[in-house]
Design a protein around this ligand. Structure first.
Ligand SMILES: [Zn+2]
Length: 656
């Protein structure tokens, strides 16, 4: 079995017209040195950049005006000599040369500004046949010249982008779409995207049907598999934690990617913030953590760098990359081909409109911080692979989904609903009778969550919930884990009390968080995952964890006392018959505009309990990659061990 290399560098090279002597100080020896010091096994190299210049002798794309050598060819020769996979980058949505020489190719947005003023790249519209033919001709040329020595084609800036340029207006009218209707414009942009990916994929396949093609869109959608599978082989998940994505984004993106059956790599950067920095460096501990996180999520790694226009490799950058990749290289044998073990499926609530405020975001944080083993699924997934499915906040059911979830429950599954999830698309009726009725939205702007037990943290209290919830009624046998108390009134100029929120009315009682009599369906009256995304209050997380634990009971595979900032996953390497538990811990800190990691704090004596399938007794448990044997006990179907110490990233192999 051949696996995708796990240690990739994405070597940005966007070089403006006025940069002198481009590539003149490139040296094969320096490149070899960078690849060696950086412990790099794969690299993305530039055929054409955002400025629209080619970095090889092209017959159709103008080479950079101050470059004389075949930079790409020389780089590829070094990769071939060193056995490093190379994929070739072609900028699609940005091509500044075309934006200037063919203004008709520029993307046009209603109310948008895409004039040539401003020191930035200008979005092109991929619906212009002239530009698409130009792009495909370059792809064909790269395949002809270098197809025998590259491992893939990578196109960039190709998200479906709404556009009302003359070409788009023409094709929208021809398709019966209304260019004045934003929904029609989005639908058309999606069709243009397919036209683009089909054209590029056909061009590549004409010369080599096995050549992988990846179209980078920044963030994979979770409701459009045709979009995702326009990428013909592996997937790259762009997620620079300090570049606006944050440290929780990659685990979310990976949790969905894991169900797609494709190898994937997490793409971060060496930059302090994001792409485009010359001289921006993050602390080595940050990169060590980020690459460890990629492995833990079941993926490989890609680190973004930017080559100096003269073609010089920056030794400090490759020392930084090497500090992370030397560790990855040692850990790789316990990572190749590993599949994540998941108890819980989070059913995605993603839509194009809510992508930045999706309930998945808060749910992912709770599952991650709560140390649950989970994947994110869509309706194409097999529900029976999971012990519990969470439908967060906004997932209403159509007839088909309702029938599938009823069947899943009948087969022994468990379900957690929040907000308006589990109601039908055309009414507030639940998909099944589990003793709970929805009476619509509770009209109180703020309400209070009152646990009926001593909740971890602050025990029994009336906890503020910041947005409206649902009004529930329950039948006999339904267990109430938390009540909902209303506030006295909604604030307005007519009456208000104190600064922001009306106090709770202790005499009001509604069901807030309930479990069905058979303990298989949990229902939370609040949009609790959006609450946690927006507010991050401890009680919002804890009530979800308590509901999940009540539903799962002893079906929970992994328990650990790793702190809330810690991350753990459990992967299985089938060929090696072993489980690998990953443990990560770092403290992120907002400093200025970046969330940084500097400190590598050792974590000691982390207790772990695993319930492996069929009560498997391991042959050996050891800390890897050092292969230090770890004492363990087995009783009551549980494997228990204590990780004595790890710093940033620890791994335990359980051989069965
Ligand atoms: Zn257009």
């Amino acid at each position: 079995m051949t696996y995708l290399p796990l240690r990739q560098v994405h070597l940005d090279f966007h070089t403006g017209d006025d940069m002198p002597d481009v590539g003149s100080r490139f040296s094969e020896q320096d490149f070899r040195q960078a690849l060696t010091v950086g412990h790099i096994s794969s690299v993305t190299l530039f055929a054409k950049c955002h400025h629209g210049w080619a970095y090889y002798p092209s017959a159709m794309v103008p080479p950079h005006p101050t470059m004389t050598a075949d930079l790409l060819g020389r780089q590829l020769a070094v990769c071939r000599e060193m056995g490093v996979r190379a994929q070739v980058y072609i900028s699609a949505g940005f091509d500044e040369h075309m934006a200037v020489t063919h203004p008709e190719y520029r993307n046009v947005l209603v109310g948008g500004d895409n004039t040539l003023l401003g020191a930035h790249f200008h979005q092109l519209c991929l619906n212009n046949d002239g530009y698409l033919e130009y792009l495909c001709a370059q792809v064909a040329e790269v395949m002809t010249l270098y197809g025998d020595r590259i491992g893939g084609i990578f196109t960039d800036i190709c998200t479906p982008t709404p556009c009302v340029c003359p070409a788009c207006i023409r094709s929208m009218l021809a398709a019966g779409l209304n260019p004045e209707n934003p929904a029609d414009v989005r639908r058309h942009a999606r069709a243009v995207y397919s036209k683009f990916t089909d054209a590029v994929n056909r061009t590549v396949a004409a010369q080599d049907p096995a050549m992988p093609v990846f179209h980078n869109c920044g963030d994979l959608p979770r409701n459009d598999r045709a979009w995702v599978f326009a990428n013909t082989a592996h997937l790259e998940l762009e997620s620079l934690p300090t570049g606006g994505w944050g440290y929780d984004h990659f685990p979310l993106s990976a949790a969905y990617c894991r169900v797609l059956g494709r190898e994937f790599i997490g793409m971060t950067g060496k930059f302090h913030t994001t792409w485009g920095e010359f001289g921006g460096y993050k602390h080595p501990n940050a990169l060590r953590y980020e690459t460890g996180l990629s492995l833990a999520m079941g993926g490989g790694c890609s680190i973004g760098d930017q080559l100096h226009p003269l073609g010089m490799f920056d030794p400090a950058t490759y020392r930084l990359i090497g500090s992370a990749y030397a560790e990855v290289e040692r850990r790789e044998p316990w990572c190749f081909g590993a599949r994540a073990v998941a108890d819980i499926a989070l059913f995605t609530a993603y839509t194009e409109e809510n992508r930045h405020i999706c309930p998945d975001i808060g749910a992912n944080r709770i599952l991650l911080e709560g140390k649950y083993l989970y994947n994110i699924i869509d309706r194409d997934c097999d529900f029976s692979a999971y012990k519990l499915i969470v439908f967060p906040d906004t997932v209403r059911f159509d007839g088909d989904l309702a029938a599938r979830v009823r069947e899943y429950l009948a087969g022994g599954g468990r379900v957690l609903l929040s907000g308006e999830s589990g109601r039908m698309t055309d009414s507030d009726a639940f998909f099944a009778d589990f003793g709970v009725t929805d009476d619509g939205e509770n009209p109180h702007d703020s309400t209070y969550l009152c646990p009926t037990y001593d909740m971890k943290g602050n025990g029994r209290a009336a906890y503020l919930m910041y947005r409206r919830g649902r009004s529930l009624r329950i039948g006999g046998g339904v267990r109430v884990l938390a009540e909902m108390q209303d506030s006295y009134f909604n604030r307005s100029f007519r009456h208000f009390c104190s600064h922001f929120y009306t106090p709770n009315d202790p005499d009001s009682h509604r069901p807030g968080c309930v479990l069905s009599a058979d303990g298989r369906v949990g229902c939370i009256a609040w949009y609790v995952f959006d609450e946690y995304r927006a507010n991050g209050a401890y009680h919002q997380k804890q009530i979800v964890c308590d509901m999940l634990d009540a539903l799962l009971g002893d079906a929970k595979t992994l328990e650990t006392d790793l702190p809330s900032n810690g991350v753990t996953t459990l992967l299985y390497q089938e060929a090696e018959h072993r489980y690998v538990q990953h443990l990560l811990y770092a403290v992120t800190k907002q400093r200025g505009r970046a969330e940084v990691i500097e400190d590598a704090i050792p974590l000691r004596d982390v207790a772990v309990t695993l319930r492996l399938p069929c009560g498997v007794t391991p042959r050996r448990v050891m800390l890897v990659p050092d292969c230090t044997a770890l004492p363990f006990t087995c009783s009551d179907g549980c494997l228990r061990y204590t990780v004595p110490e790890f710093t940033l990233h620890g791994m335990v192999a359980i051989e069965v």
